[in-house]
Write a protein that binds this ligand. Sequence first.
Ligand code: SF4
Length: 361
Amino acid sequence: MKISFPYMESPVVYYKIFELLGHDVVKPPRPTQKTFSLGVKYAPEFACFPLKVTLGNMIELEEMGVDKIITSGGYGPCRAGYYGPVQQKILDDIGIDIDIVVFEQVRGDWKDFLENVRLLKKNTNIFNLIRSVYIGYRLAHSMDRILKLLHKRRAHAYDKRAMSELWDEIQNKFLEVESVRDVSRVEKWARQQIENQKKAIPAEQDKLKVGVVGEIYVVMEGSTNNFIEELLNEMGVEVERSHYLSEYIDSHMIPWKKKEYEHILEKGERYLKHVIGGHAKRSIGHIIDYKQRGFDGVVHLKPFGCLPEVVSQSMMDSISEDLDIPILSLSIDEQTAKAHMKTRLEAFMDLIKQKKEEEIA
Ligand code: SF4
């Protein structure tokens, strides 16, 4: 039985966990225009864009011989919790023979969760299950530390393309790890490689820093947002995102780590009293956090059909005015062209540079 999962940013962590557990795992292809077209063709027109992309990805995986797809669920006033059942129904209707297994957070009902764990565990013992998941957890944290460093250093590198190629090489090295010690060794090596690249780092006050907030899938998955971090880095801008896999795991699955992330939601409270689903409140909390940490601007990404981010988008003008921080809100769908996005970002950065110069003068 071949298993896989929908592509979201780097497939290394999930791939490694399944491989260590002895599964015949297939690495999902990175979404392309073909993936978007497949999703758009078979999903309802009003469905949110991430549902369409992951659906297209699932159809591609069936073409690669995959029988089972492991994916995550969701809860709250948002459509994320319906992705699994809706996608399963669509796949059944169009004759795609594939099973979707949804890993939900445990919220009282342990039966489904334990059944999924049994599937994940395969024939291995509980010790190997814990070990494999722990290696995946450490991998997620190590890779995110490196990614954050890359999003800063690439902005000042002389050869930015070499830095992007280096990230591909780093992911391949992480893919080879077999233990926690290997993870630490590769992280140390990767850090060294990034620092060795020739670059000119400006003084702290001269750096341009932009935060990227919004719905998790379009913030994390570069193929949907035209690789926004690369585009901004090419303009000499340091980037930080509101979502990283390791932070998602800690804030949603590790009870004693959740507290570390609550301050972001508390900051969002000023504009949004309730959690309205998705990451709307978190997006607002992050904007306030970026302002307090001296960022120069924020890009807000809203997928087509995403109601929570439509609500947060409606507040962006007043938040921008109150906090005195430029915010660019971009809607993301299958027609979002790279040239258009680049032009919008360039105009936004011109505005930020002008504002910064006026503040210094
Ligand atoms: S957050 Fe938005 S895009 Fe994501 S599942 Fe919910 S409604 Fe859809």
